[in-house]
Design a protein around this ligand. Sequence first.
Ligand SMILES: Cc1cc2nc3c(=O)[nH]c(=O)nc-3n(C[C@H](O)[C@H](O)[C@H](O)COP(=O)(O)OP(=O)(O)OC[C@H]3O[C@@H](n4cnc5c(N)ncnc54)[C@H](O)[C@@H]3O)c2cc1C
Length: 405
Amino acid sequence: MFEISARARELLGRLQAFINEQVLPLEADWSAQRLDAQRRWLPFEPIEALQQRARAQGLWNLFLPDTRYGAGLSQLEYAPLAEAMGRSLLAPQVFNCAAPDSGIVELLSLYGSDAQRERWLRPLLAAEMRSALAVSEPGVGSSDPANLVASLAKRPEGYTLHGRKAWVAGGADPRCQILLVLGLSHPEATLSKRYSLALVPRESHGLKLLRNTSLLGFEEAPGGYAEIEFDQVWVPEDAILLGPGRGLEALQACAGSGRLHQGLMLLGLAQRAFDAMLLRARERVVFGKPLGQQALVQVTLARCHAELEQARLQCLNAAATLDRRGSRLARQQIALVKSLLPELSARIIDQAIQLHGASGLGADHFLAQAYAHARGQRIADGPEELHWLALGRMLVEGDRKTGGA
Ligand SMILES: Cc1cc2nc3c(=O)[nH]c(=O)nc-3n(C[C@H](O)[C@H](O)[C@H](O)COP(=O)(O)OP(=O)(O)OC[C@H]3O[C@@H](n4cnc5c(N)ncnc54)[C@H](O)[C@@H]3O)c2cc1C
């Protein structure tokens, strides 16, 4: 039904071999470093060498459909590659396809001026630096953009940025050199034209890292979830992306493919949890027989398998629609992926933890970190309720406005 091209199949084979042979064996060291108080805020050294090898083999920036910057794959071609990378929380970084950089790279490639591309896009494409997106704010309901108050006040030759941002993924990483910050620049305008996106170097005067928030106890070092203060930070006019008052428009324009890619990666993570669950069911003996011989376990496995198959088809359908009809007309399919995948993957990983008994909860098992990650995605990039609401609204409004089937 969803045929992938010979090129994508060839890339997938090489990508899977790379992940199995070179990435998965490093995961235990990576996790250990992230739990080590002395070393957790340092970049994981082996990543650089892996990135060089991945780049040399053409397994690089695979998510970018624009051949000037990336592999030039269609969404349908990229879909199985994203799922394969998603099996490991480490892998997307190795192939330079990890959020938040992937979203910021996409924004810069679409809307960056020549100067912005030269200064920020080029090194991000080469993984010479990392980036972060600062939208949410402490103390206000950030699901609703109308609540955001960090200001970008107009001055004669630029703006001053003032306020606090929270949950900035990757904001604490020593490699992070650029933040894309949403600021209130046109308070009197209608909501869609009220905010601008500013490119703010991490070293800017007045920018201060206040603290890191952990995610269900995992600090996600060295990236962290940073709370950052901007105290009258100077932003020159040419550091505004796309144009003044067009911040929400820019974020919205990239949401389609970004949400699909995150959904596919969650699918990969949940599939890995399922595979681990299946192995456990075959090998672990309780009450005189393998777990998998218990009827209750068989039904659980069958249901999880069915849900993963359905989710995969939904993702592929969204990818094909995005290719065929563009992001505006694929909004229903993308909203479905974004609403469904975080909850589904968190639930399947939770089930895999259950079947692993206490060992599934241990901080050194991939399942515990995978669960924290998937659970976080039910809230990151807007809580899932908002995406269900958006989908419901599109269904009620019908074909004409949304392009729905
Ligand atoms: C893992 C993770 C990574 C993140 N990364 C980033 C990042 O890189 N940059 C960044 O700026 N932010 C980031 N965030 C923050 C995230 O975008 C916000 O947490 C999210 O938008 C929700 O805002 P809030 O936490 O203020 O919740 P609130 O707005 O206070 O909402 C609380 C809850 O209310 C419910 N709710 C909200 N609206 C409705 C509604 N209309 N109907 C029914 N229920 C509703 C939902 O259950 C929601 O979870 C991240 C968050 C997480 C968990």
